[in-house]
Design a binder for this molecule. Structure first.
Ligand SMILES: [Zn+2]
Ligand SMILES: [Zn+2]
Length: 356
């Protein structure tokens, strides 16, 4: 069987709907592989990619187009599927292997990529689903075998979500200092990624996990996936209510929204010497009185997805122990536009996964 034509769902202008198109695929280069997509998760950042950029605050927008992303764009960066074609020099990955694809590709040649931090490459982004065609398609071309991880007996619809939601959550939780069982970690934003973080934090740290989200359904989901307390961030006196319930002993706050309101909530909640990790890309500007950095001795950091090795570790962890499972909303690939619309309207609990 030859795989010379990819059927893709792509947008041809920024903000436009996804339309079906056919693209010829050349023969695999020596280290390339073709993966037949069986499942592709849908990420909130797809809405930003489709819109053409991110809100950088003060009315400024980042522009994917100015940064060199070319139309048409085939999104989809949580890809799981079967290896159906391999280049002549591919080693260790047999045809027919079911894999999750690592999508956060750098230039592949600089010292940062060489040490395995492809996602932090300062040279050139080749991310699948942004700069390169992603998983809203029947076939995906992957540039090197080191970007695929066999999933073994894991459910493919679940393994797919590890490529972004999973490693974003894993990478952020791994940035937290070591916690004791009297510490509290607050997770702000319990959509797909935040809920995964709640689940992972309950397994990977000793701290009590506190979920914060305006949606009752998302708070309820967090409570059944490892959170011991859950609060509405939009309630009056939210800082006081949450702080009091945690004995004003919040050692870490991970913000999966990354908006002006949530980042301010995070720095107000965290105790002295606590940590704030900003993950979400909702946008806006971070504002905080400068003396608070010193007076509270805060550690404030960012976290952006994670490395190919982190994806391997997460897959291994999921194979070793049953991780609490976030709800999945399985839909046919052909309904991709409706699914994006529902995601934009906030009508999705957990993660949408499109099926071929
Ligand atoms: Zn994503
Ligand atoms: Zn690089």
């Amino acid at each position: 069987m030859l795989y010379r034509c990819a059927h893709r769902w792509a947008f041809t202008h920024w903000g436009g709907p996804l339309e079906q198109r056919e693209d010829d695929l050349p023969t695999c280069e020596p280290h390339e592989l073709t993966v037949r997509v069986t499942h592709c998760g849908m990420c909130h950042s797809d809405l930003h990619i489709q819109a053409g950029g991110f809100d950088m605050g003060s009315g400024k927008l980042s522009s994917l187009e100015r940064a060199g992303t070319q139309l048409p764009v085939t999104m989809g960066h949580e890809i799981c599927g079967e290896v159906v074609e391999t280049g002549a020099d591919v080693q260790g990955v047999a045809l027919g292997t079911h894999v999750v694809v690592y999508p956060w590709l750098g230039c592949g040649a600089c010292p940062v990529c060489a040490r395995g931090d492809d996602h932090l490459c300062p040279k050139a982004s080749r991310n699948l689903g942004i700069q390169r065609a992603g998983g809203y398609a029947d076939l995906v071309r992957v540039p090197h075998e080191r970007y695929v991880v066999p999933i073994g007996a894991l459910a493919p619809e679940r393994a797919a979500t590890f490529a972004c939601a999973g490693i974003t959550a894993y990478g952020a939780i791994r940035k937290l200092n070591s916690m004791t069982d009297t510490d509290h970690v607050v997770i702000i934003g319990c959509g797909g990624v935040g809920l995964t973080a709640v689940a992972l934090a309950s397994v990977l740290t000793k701290a009590r996990i506190v979920a914060v989200d305006p949606e009752p359904a998302k708070r309820a989901a967090a409570l059944t996936h490892g959170a011991t307390l859950a609060f509405d961030s939009t309630a009056p006196d939210a800082v006081k209510t949450i702080g009091k319930a945690c004995g004003f002993d919040i050692a870490g706050v991970v913000d999966f929204v990354g908006g002006e309101v949530t980042s301010s909530l995070a720095v107000n909640l965290v105790r002295r010497t606590g940590q704030v990790v900003i993950v979400g890309l909702f946008g806006g500007e971070f504002r905080m009185p400068l003396p608070m950095f010193a007076l509270k001795s805060l550690q404030i950091s960012g976290s952006y997805v994670a490395s190919p090795n982190d994806l391997r570790e997460l897959i291994a962890l999921a194979q070793r122990m049953p991780l609490p499972q976030i709800p999945l909303d399985l839909r046919p690939m052909a309904k991709v536009n409706e699914a994006l619309h529902d995601l934009a309207q906030g009508r999705v609990v957990g993660r949408v996964v499109l099926q071929a």
